[in-house]
Design a protein around this ligand. Structure first.
Ligand code: SF4
Ligand code: SF4
Length: 675
């Protein structure tokens, strides 16, 4: 077309990109703290193929998801087209495609056909996005000028491409081609146009397309569309550790002595991967739509948290990349992030589950809490009570350790000190030991274990809290003290296999204690009960004629992928009619207790999370709401009480439902009012 014009455009576009735009973003990324994300390369490649190229998470959102798949696939295909267009700037051959992809060559024809089909699908996808932005105005989206500008640029890219092809195909001597269906279709009404008009149209298409590519390349890093470059690496570098494991602060005491920051205070203390997260957010709002804190009217919106962090980072780009020790020490919380945002998170992971580019949140909120708790002493007052109880008595209520086994009165529950050869240690947990309602679950479960002849024992007063509430509330020091002491006790007894009735205990013992030398095979009671039923060691016989809806605990489901076992237990009970609501399994909404929330007042909002969740579950018109977590049980029992439904809807653990069917005496009526 014009080698000189193309050379000038390429030098300007790519030169500006590499010397300014991209260089600044790259340097900003390198200010981040180290993060080890170059392990397990094969697994990373597979996940990238599945979730980045395969867009595996997108169909979860039906129309928008499918539209995004079209646009993404089009963008991948159009990458090559961009280079072909650049190449055609140096030749007058409109069929040029670096020989391999020349139109007429087998691969070139195939590529051309695929490209035309995808250009059409991209236009369909863009129409959907215009519809969402201009007509539906989806609240989860950021409805600003930038979003519309990007859609217009992408539409322009597609239309100029088609115009260029049509101008070429309508040229005298050229024919419509099955390999270029879209271009041929648009070319047909142009066949009678003069060569002057056709020449103008194809030049308009060609140079318009070239300028849009290069302009977009430089605009992209300043917009949410930067994810087109960073999204795939962000999926590749995702955290491959179990979701339930938080990175410990190494050498806590040494750090404190050296006056190094504990937790994260400032934006530049996040890791490079966290900065890549900020670059990669598409602002789709799926995280916020799923967030129980946001749904109940709290200030927390995960999307806005990322956007605010990113704005803080971008706003100080020159300062950071200049370096020279001139970077002002500005705390993120208080300056860019409201403390309520940090304290409203229940650590449920619904946001992480939804995010198409695998942005993490729980680790960031916990890191910010760590700094607020350990360095500044700024945290909700109620947590102080829980921290003190954990420190002094090994449970968040500060109840006497010698009362830990009081729930078992009248039932044969052996102590590990008396039966050190027991196959399982049952780690009872704080709520099942002290909470009046949860103690009834412990009694049912103990009787089930006895009936099935399971070889087990408990620690009694030697057990203390696993530390989860302290850790998720930011008190890493207290967590590590508890974890080390517990591991010492467990390893002292040479414990190998552990049962828990609490998903929080399950998660911490299984995924976090290995960092402190505790390596155990941990089983949740839902799994064990399902197994005992399968083996015929527990045989449900009494009919329990109730309509049951099961509430998934976040730490059981989303964190540990245990969805079926508790349902299997319920389904094995004659008479149980198990019903599901839409927000169940991996889309189940949090009850509001996790992340230390159980021990503090909720942040300001329109509604309590537990009310919202109770209302969702009541939509199934159940007679019983079943759960498999003592925290969830507490919240849902409260929710039923607040809705004045505790007399007609029971809240039972799966062990209690099963005990009604296998035991000789029915389990006690189990609602908040009976506790
Ligand atoms: S973890 Fe749950 S509560 Fe926290 S930001 Fe994500 S969705 Fe919201
Ligand atoms: S964090 Fe993920 S889910 Fe949330 S807005 Fe950004 S890309 Fe969308």
């Amino acid at each position: 077309m014009s080698p000189i014009a193309m050379t000038l455009l390429l030098l300007t576009g790519w030169g500006f990109f590499f010397l300014w735009t991209f260089r600044r973003r790259w340097k900003l990324l390198t200010i981040g703290a180290p993060a080890a994300r170059f392990d397990r390369i094969g697994e990373r490649i597979w996940l990238t193929i599945r979730f980045a190229f395969g867009q595996w998470r997108m169909p979860r959102h039906r129309l928008a998801g499918v539209a995004h798949i079209f646009v993404f696939a089009g963008a991948v295909i159009m990458l090559l087209r961009g280079f072909i267009v650049f190449g055609r700037g140096y030749t007058d051959n409109p069929h040029f495609g670096f020989w391999i992809f020349d139109i007429g060559a087998p691969l070139g024809n195939l590529y051309s056909l695929l490209k035309d089909v995808l250009v059409f699908l991209v236009l369909v996808g863009l129409a959907v996005f215009f519809y969402y932005r201009l007509i539906r105005r989806l609240p989860r989206m950021t409805l600003n000028f930038e979003g519309l500008a990007i859609l217009c640029i992408l539409t322009g890219l597609m239309l100029t491409d088609v115009l260029y092809d049509a101008g070429n195909l309508a040229w005298p001597g050229e024919e419509a081609s099955v390999w270029e269906p879209l271009g041929s279709l648009v070319a047909s009404p142009l066949r009678n146009a003069s060569t002057g008009v056709l020449n103008f149209l194809r030049h308009l298409g060609f140079w318009g397309h070239t300028c849009l590519i290069l302009g977009f390349l430089n605009y992209l890093p300043y917009t949410k569309q930067f994810h087109e470059i960073t999204g795939i690496p962000n999926v590749f570098f995702q955290d491959l550790d179990p979701a339930g494991r938080l990175e410990p602060i190494e050498d806590l005491e040494g750090k404190a002595e050296r006056e190094e920051t504990l937790g994260i205070a400032r934006i530049e203390q996040f890791s490079w991967k966290s900065i890549l997260d900020m670059y990669s957010c598409t602002e789709c709002g799926r995280c916020t739509q799923a967030c129980p804190a946001n749904r109940s009217g709290k200030l927390l919106s995960p999307k806005l948290f990322t956007v605010d962090c990113r704005d803080n980072l971008y706003g100080r780009t020159s300062e950071f990349i200049r370096g020279n020790g001139e970077v002002a020490k500005i705390d993120l919380v208080g300056e860019a992030i409201d403390p309520q945002v940090v304290w409203a998170c229940t650590t449920c992971r619904a946001c992480e589950q939804e995010c198409p580019v695998f942005i993490s949140y729980v680790d960031k909120f916990v890191d910010l809490r760590r700094y607020l708790v350990q360095e500044k002493g700024e945290f909700p007052n109620d947590l102080q009570v829980a921290f003190r109880g954990l420190e002094n008595a090994g449970n968040p209520w500060g109840l006497p350790a010698e009362d830990r086994l009081a729930w078992a009165e009248g039932i044969d529950v052996p102590l590990l000190s008396d039966r050190p050869d027991a196959e399982y240690l049952w780690w009872v947990g704080c709520a099942p030991s002290y909470d009046d309602r949860a103690k009834k679950v412990s009694r049912s479960f103990a009787q089930l274990l006895n009936l099935a002849g399971v070889s087990y024992a408990v620690l009694g007063h030697e057990e203390s809290c696993n530390g989860d509430p302290a850790r998720r509330a930011g008190n890493e020091f207290l967590f590590q003290v508890l974890a080390q002491a517990n591991v010492e006790v467990l390893n002292g007894y040479n414990v190998k296999r552990i049962i828990t009735v609490c998903p929080h205990c399950y998660n911490t013992l299984k995924h976090e204690y290995p960092d402190f030398g505790g390596h155990y095979e941990v089983t949740h009671h839902g799994d064990l009960l399902a197994q005992l039923i399968r083996e015929g060691k527990l045989q449900p016989k009494n009919r329990v004629d109730v309509r049951v809806v099961f509430h998934d605990s976040c730490y059981l489901g989303r964190y540990n992928d245990i969805y079926d076992a508790p349902r299997d237990v319920l389904a094995a009970v004659p008479g149980v009619q198990l019903v599901e609501i839409e927000d169940s399994r991996d889309r189940g909404m949090c009850c509001g207790a996790g992340g230390g929330q159980m021990f503090k007042e909720e942040e300001k909002g329109d509604q309590r999370v537990l009310m919202l969740r109770t209302e969702q579950l009541l939509e199934a018109d159940p007679q019983t709401i079943a759960s498999a977590c003592p925290f969830c049980m507490r919240m849902l029992s409260d929710g039923l009480g607040m809705k004045d439904r505790e007399d007609d809807v029971r809240q039972l653990d799966v062990a209690e439902v099963l005990w009604q069917s296998v035991g000789d005496e029915p389990a006690p009526a189990a609602t908040a009012s009976t506790s």
